[in-house]
Design a protein around this ligand. Sequence first.
Ligand code: PXP
Length: 252
Amino acid sequence: MQARPLRLGINVDHIATIRNARGGRHPDPVRAAQLAIAAGADGITAHLREDRRHIRDDDVARLMAEIDKPLNLEMAATEEMLKIALATKPHAACIVPEKRTERTTEGGLDAAGQHDHLAPFVARLNEAGIRVSLFIAAEPAQFEAAARLRAPVIEIHTGAWCDALLGGHRGQADAEWRRICDGAQMASDLGLEVHAGHGLDYASAETIAALPQIVELNIGHFLVGEAVFNGFGTVIRTMRTAMDRGRLRASS
Ligand code: PXP
């Protein structure tokens, strides 16, 4: 069976991180998003954090107005973010856990433990026609909770797997990989659309592209870092090629 196409969502948060280091307008995450789309991105992802440490409200408004591919807005489940999402109406909203003290989104959302808190957020985004995804660890209880919450999409947090790979912790990487493979199958069996992201580089993206249940990868930090050496357009095209190579293994 031919695997479904694998979309590439480019996260432009860290273009904004660099801009904010000097407080000016350069480099512009909207310009980076346009360049990413020209280089083959299927969509753009941006995380509006409570502390606005990278993406700001104005960036979200400009991304909506100035890019011609879907915007996936990452947001915490707070009234403030819900209000912004409902007013902005991005194509998609990915609900992520958020702590002020973390450097990045460190773990998945506890969709099982926070069911009652999350239910009205998922419902109101669904009603507004915004495609909701929940950023969760590859754990059966989380997939079941996502299905109960009627979220159409889940994004598997790949951070622990990528960290183990980069750290050379072979046993742990294998265990995380098994969890991702089993999780992608279980989520798909529950009728959820499966995405993945966090910490992916060329090699891990190529590997995970071989899982036929996964239809979208969201990637940011590695590509922004690599762009320093090779240019943003070039690294996105290289990523696209790596994903396509991995995807060929999904259909064989
Ligand atoms: N997906 C989600 C839900 C995220 O929160 C992030 C990080 O903001 C990413 C994907 C991208 O992760 P990275 O920047 O490590 O590629």
